[in-house]
Design a protein around this ligand. Structure first.
Ligand code: PLP
Ligand code: ZN
Length: 411
């Protein structure tokens, strides 16, 4: 907390003190955490960071709204691997290897753990015992896991739309959290969660409202930058639902540049599913954001009324990036491709990033000699039903070598 300067409204600019307990500005605008970058520059640099032996998201504590002695979830979050894949690059027509960071290896299987970990710390600081959020599934299972790891002192209540994949529901229940399965869309689950949180005074763990959660998401990109030895690629690709993840990525890059850790900001490529692309449409037409149907198997990015379009669009624009939308067939193709060329099993929303990259290269929007980093945001085991739609069938045989050779010869 030493470096947190204030919380500023992204709409009207009003500033709040770091220990104010509001989530939103009085004008309804979202707040953004700002740090004292001058002080940070004096006290924190790449060398002091390199000496830090904590290989988790907490190694970036100076850029997090969390005190050094605050109680945290003991789950090990972050320092996920970054792979360099020539095979993947080749398959989509890029000349240089693609960097792929596998966030599906976090404790609950998605990048959301980075946000949930911060939510838990802030809830403890606020002396809350119940934390609630709405989610298409990953934020909920992540909050549930991180709360469970606190050892029974806190409880999670999660609101998920009826369509949430079974794997994610199973996770939430196994972690012992309450699941309220809202017979409606993500939008409706979100609205019900907000009303319920208000009524019972729970801690609000919705990333799109609570400004601290984006700070956690940001660490994926702080980490990527360090893992790439501060040599930034030309492009950074991310799937976009509510917009918090890409907004956090943009903020991380701006802050690293401000602090002199990097000297170039990669252009952001934001990818939505064509079946639910309200931010893409607003971005590419310049029109007001219109609510959309949630009609895609990429459930984690199906946000018909996205909660963070402003921050997302601002960050993509200021990076000189752009957005694309991809069909579900392209997503399934990318899911297979990621599996075959990288050995990474991604969930559809995660593979959407790759699908968008492939489309951007195909359409000549992104030069074939670009250096690209891709963040795979979630694990494929969460949604096996969708993966099976992308997969071929196993070879069925009776347990007999002669039958097997007959089948093989037939093929
Ligand atoms: C949440 C999520 C995203 C998108 O994040 P937003 O902040 O909603 O834009 C992408 N992929 C996965 C796997 C997610 O869980
Ligand atoms: Zn305001």
């Amino acid at each position: 907390m030493r470096y947190v300067k204030d919380l500023a409204c992204i709409k009207c600019g009003l500033q709040y003190s770091p220990d104010s307990s509001c989530y939103l500005c009085s004008c309804g605008g979202l707040l953004e955490v700002r740090y004292d970058y001058d002080l940070l520059r004096l006290e924190w640099d790449r060398d002091s960071l390199a000496e830090n032996s904590d290989f988790s998201m907490w190694r970036y504590l100076p850029l997090l709204p969390v005190g050094p002695f605050s109680k945290r979830s003991p789950l090990h979050i972050g320092w996920t691997p970054v792979y360099k894949s020539s095979a993947l690059a080749k398959a989509i027509g890029l000349q240089r290897p693609v960097w792929v960071k596998d966030e599906g290896l976090n404790p609950t299987g998605s990048l959301k753990d980075r946000a949930s970990a911060v939510a838990v710390v802030k809830a403890v600081e606020a002396a809350a015992t119940t934390v609630a959020c709405s989610s298409s599934g990953n934020a909920a299972s992540s909050l549930a896991g991180n709360i469970a790891a606190m050892g029974g002192s806190m409880q999670a209540v999660t609101f998920v739309p009826a369509r949430a994949p079974q794997g994610k529901i199973a996770q939430i229940l196994i972690y012992g959290a309450k699941v309220i399965s809202v017979q409606g869309s993500y939008r409706e689950a979100f609205e019900l969660s907000v009303a319920t949180i208000e009524r019972w005074g729970w801690y609000n763990g919705n990333a799109a409202i609570n400004p601290y959660l984006i700070e956690g998401k940001k660490t994926a990109v702080l980490e990527l930058a360090e893992q790439l030895n501060w040599q930034m690629p030309d492009w950074l690709v991310l799937p976009v639902g509510d917009g918090c993840t890409i907004a956090g990525a943009g903020k991380a890059l701006r802050e690293l540049k401000e602090l002199g850790f990097i000297d170039k900001i990669p252009r952001l490529l934001g990818v939505q599913a064509a079946g639910c692309a309200p931010i893409y449409l607003a971005f590419s037409t310049g029109n007001e954001l219109m609510p959309a149907e949630e009609n895609t198997l990429a459930d984690s990015i199906a946000a018909g009324v996205p909660r963070n379009p402003l921050k997302a669009i601002k960050e993509i624009q200021s990076s000189n990036g752009f957005m694309v939308a991809v069909e579900d067939e392209e997503i399934l193709e990318a899911l297979r491709l990621m599996g075959r060329t990288c050995g990474i099993f991604a969930e559809p929303s995660s593979a959407a990033g790759l699908a968008g990259l492939a489309r951007a290269v195909r359409q000549g929007l992104l030069a074939a000699d670009s250096e690209v980093a891709l963040i795979s945001t979630g694990n494929g085991l969460k949604d096996v039903a969708s993966a099976l739609k992308a997969a071929s069938h196993p070879l069925r045989v009776l347990p007999d070598i002669h039958r097997l050779s007959a089948v093989v010869e037939e093929k």
